[in-house]
Design a protein around this ligand. Structure first.
Ligand code: MRU
Length: 342
């Protein structure tokens, strides 16, 4: 396969490399990813994370395994193992459905390679279109609040919500960004803070619990988040903590935008209640660990509830900013998400 470089994926000499998102920002560790069990482990531990990136990494690995001579049956098994690695982000399933179709071709090795590379190119273009549409909604001097990490680390391109912020900043319309640290895994504090710093976009990092008082003080003009799945009624699953931001935004009269590619849309899923929500290990809540080390503050026997995502009902969303354009609440009520977008 040809060489390839995104912010967090590389193909070099027919091997997949991933930028370890658990080591950032203290270290930039590139890890080779040789087989399915390694990639599944990287995905489950969030070394590879973000809805679009999970799907792209799985697709690229399948294509490389085919090039290395893996048989068709084994590729089918590998595909299904990768599909089961994380349940909530539907981009993984959507990308793998396309790879599965490529696997039916007589020359499936060529078809898989072409499809995986096409998915990467498409994702770059999708991010670019989202940024273009989203930036039209950002007023001059905006103070924007974002949650989790939705940038170049999580996609092949400029990102989704962060892509919008980046484009609006280039247009001179962003005064500053409030970055939620995003407990428990700190994607905001570790990754978004790092990405915005690299892009020279002014930001201030806050604990998630500080967002409400900032809104009450009228210091937030709009909220921009990504999505892991958009249901047919417009409900959105995204990183845990997104729903509370949307409720707060409604109370304070602040626009709340969701930015995502159409690969995040799942017309088969009627509403948010049908979206599978990943439950994660207790250790992520009883303490914290990363390249900085590990610490536990809760008692050893503390009982923990740790859903990785929550669902924001459509009625709290001001606009779904997609590559195909900005979808309004009225269009959602008219059923725009009940059918495929392309
Ligand atoms: O658990 P994560 O870090 O993979 O969760 C990521 C998110 O919730 C993002 O907001 C979403 O995937 C959009 S990424 C462009």
């Amino acid at each position: 396969m040809q060489s390839l470089t995104t912010t967090s994926l590389r193909i070099r000499e027919n091997q997949l490399w991933i930028l370890d998102q658990q080591a950032l920002p203290q270290r930039s560790d590139w890890r080779e990813c040789r087989d399915v069990s390694e990639l599944v482990d990287h995905i489950r531990t969030l070394r590879v994370r973000g809805a679009p990136l999970i799907g792209l990494s799985a697709s690229l690995l399948l294509a490389l395994l085919a090039e290395q001579g893996m048989a068709q049956d084994a590729l089918h098994h590998a595909l299904e193992t990768l599909r089961a690695s994380r349940p909530t982000a539907v981009n993984l399933m959507n990308n793998l459905d396309r790879m599965k179709a490529a696997l039916q071709h007589t020359d499936y090795v060529k078809a898989l390679t072409e499809e995986a590379l096409r998915l990467v190119d498409e994702d770059r273009a999708l991010c670019d279109s989202i940024a273009t549409h989203g930036a039209t909604l950002v007023m001059p001097g905006s103070r924007l609040l974002t949650h989790c990490n939705t940038g170049g680390l999580a996609t092949a391109g400029v990102g989704t919500a962060i892509g919008v912020i980046r484009r609006a900043h280039e247009q001179g319309n962003v005064a500053q960004v409030w970055v939620d640290e995003t407990r428990p895994l700190l994607q905001g504090g570790r990754l978004t803070a790092w990405e915005l710093g690299e892009l020279s976009i002014p930001y201030q990092l806050i604990c998630d619990s500080m967002a409400a008082s900032l809104m009450a003080q009228k210091r937030v003009d709009a909220i921009w988040v990504g999505a892991d799945r958009i249901a047919a009624n417009g409900d959105v699953a995204n990183k845990i903590g997104t729903y509370s931001l949307a409720v707060l935004a409604k109370y304070h009269g602040i626009p709340f935008y969701v930015a995502a590619p159409h690969t995040t849309h799942d017309p088969q899923c009627p509403d948010g209640a049908a979206i599978p929500i990943e439950q994660r290990a207790a250790g992520e809540v009883t303490g914290v660990s990363g390249s900085f080390g590990s610490v536990q503050w809760a008692p050893d026997n503390a009982q923990v509830y740790n859903p990785a995502f929550d669902v924001t009902p459509a009625e709290l969303i001001s606009g779904w900013v997609l590559d195909v354009g900005v979808v309004t609440p009225g269009q959602v009520r008219d059923g725009v998400f009940r059918q495929a977008l392309r």
